[in-house]
Write a protein that binds this ligand. Structure first.
Ligand SMILES: [Zn+2]
Length: 98
């Protein structure tokens, strides 16, 4: 099921909300390293329904999926893609910065 169906798998604590992260990455993108050490650019996007706000994670050579408010803090997003390594790192990056 696509966004915003809800995240799957285990959860982890986040100190920043999806809305805070969405605002901060902006449409230009924010660069950080995932918890697996990969360079990621996060930027604002929209889900397939063209309504649900998402943060898209782009690696150097591949996409790492995206996250919406309903799957923020889950290891897997609404579509079942593994995104925890990106969300956890983005949260930590913002926690230092904001
Ligand atoms: Zn979602």
């Amino acid at each position: 099921m696509p966004h915003p169906n809800g995240g799957r798998g285990n959860t982890f604590p986040t100190t920043k909300t999806f809305a805070q992260a969405y605002a901060h990455v902006s449409s230009y993108g924010l660069k950080f390293n995932s918890t697996t050490g990969e360079p990621i650019t996060a930027a604002q996007g929209v889900a397939q329904d063209r309504l649900t706000e998402t943060i898209n994670f782009q690696g150097e050579n591949s996409r790492h999926g995206n996250v919406c408010e309903q799957c923020w803090g889950f290891r897997k997003n609404c579509s079942g893609a593994r995104i925890g390594h990106c969300v956890e790192a983005l949260n930590a990056f913002l926690a230092k910065d904001l």
